[in-house]
Design a protein around this ligand. Structure first.
Ligand code: COI
Length: 355
């Protein structure tokens, strides 16, 4: 695939050296843009990162016809090699999200090639520090200016990259979640399974009030009964109950996370019973009371594997009682990071080497 290239004169890397990375504070030198019009994708171009001009009536910003993805490029600290983790799964999810939002799809191999070339161009921006990575954010939005609520006739793919630290800065402290009993994230038949911008803005207000109450994240519940755990917005959720690990099944209202899928596979490899099914708050409260709720953790590209200490539900604390047999969250985290940084074998061929 031919990608046009205009490179920056002077890299901004040096100037950002002392800046705290956080998650999304710093961006690399280049971006990739590609337009879709007249029924086909045009040529992709890597250019210096700069503001893009947007038609003021773009359907993407007015009616939310936009989808995005998130994946990371990791640099092995022992060999300097840059690796992508399962970009084919992000390509498949982008395709599914695009179909749901009436956005033209992008062939998976072209999506991956765009990312490979962009990451290779900004290879110097892939952090050397373990657990830091170059986050890749592809997004496709409806760029046509129009006022009718209908699928646009033109779209723009923009891929930017950002060196990042882990999403949750305080790894030393397990997270506190609030099970949200008033607001919901996604209802049956809606867009919960798609990675679309419109799933995120409505969570800001409930998230801000949860933060005011001292919580780190929200655990979203099902929209119908507010009784079943769904996901935590920026990550999927797992519960270790007795000798079983459970995560809510993909019912159409939960984002099918790549880390979720990978964690399930690793648990299966290790002979640990891992089930996807509905998990009620009542079951969790009972397990917590009986001491069989051994772990709660989130899984996501940005979050990796994040331990959760407790979930507050209708004023009651549902807490995990750490198992004497050691933390599965920690084992999963180390295995995933080990594969991503090229330190451990990759039996499922999840890694694609960039350079
Ligand atoms: C990711 O994990 O890549 C995400 O997209 C979460 C993001 C919304 C912070």
């Amino acid at each position: 695939m031919q990608i046009d290239r205009t490179l920056i004169n002077a890299s901004g890397l040096g100037a950002t050296q002392d800046q705290e990375l956080g998650f999304g504070n710093v961006f690399s030198d280049h971006m990739l843009v590609r337009d879709w019009a007249h029924g086909e994708w045009g040529r992709a171009a890597i250019t210096p990162r700069e503001p893009i001009s947007v038609e003021p009536s773009a359907l993407g910003i007015h009616y939310g016809q936009s989808v995005f993805e998130g994946l990371k490029a990791y640099r092995g600290s022992h060999d300097g090699v840059i690796r992508l983790f399962r970009p084919d799964r992000n390509a498949a999810r982008l395709e599914a999200s695009s179909e749901r939002l009436c956005i033209p799809t992008l062939p998976a191999e072209e999506f991956i090639e765009c990312i490979r070339q962009l990451v290779a161009t900004d290879a110097a921006w892939v952090p050397k520090e373990r657990e830091h990575a170059l986050y890749v954010r592809p997004m496709v939005f409806a760029s046509e200016g129009h006022l009718a609520v209908r699928p646009a006739r033109s779209y723009k793919l923009v891929i930017t990259t950002a060196p990042v630290a882990p999403y949750f800065s305080s790894r030393s402290r397990a997270l506190r979640l609030k099970a949200e009993s008033r607001f919901t994230r996604a209802a049956s038949g809606g867009t919960g399974a798609a990675k679309t911008s419109g799933n995120y803005a409505p969570t800001l207000w409930p998230m801000a009030s949860a933060a005011e109450e001292g919580f780190d994240q929200i655990l979203w519940l099902d929209a119908q009964e507010h009784a079943f755990a769904e996901e935590a917005g920026q990550m999927n959720i797992f519960f270790r109950i007795g000798d079983e690990v459970v995560t809510p099944e993909l019912s159409g209202t939960i984002l099918p996370g790549v880390t979720r899928e990978s964690a399930l596979r690793l648990l299966e490899d290790w002979g640990i019973k891992a089930t996807t099914r509905r998990v009620s708050m009542m079951e969790l409260a009972k397990a917590s009371e009986e001491g069989s709720l051994l772990e709660i953790f989130g899984a996501g590209t940005a979050a990796v594997i994040a331990s959760v200490a407790s979930i507050s539900h209708l004023g009651k604390e549902i807490s995990a009682a750490p198992a004497a047999s050691g933390s599965l969250a920690e084992r999963l985290r180390e295995e995933l990071l080990g594969i991503q940084y090229g330190e451990r074998p990759d039996p499922h061929n999840w890694i694609q080497v960039v350079s």
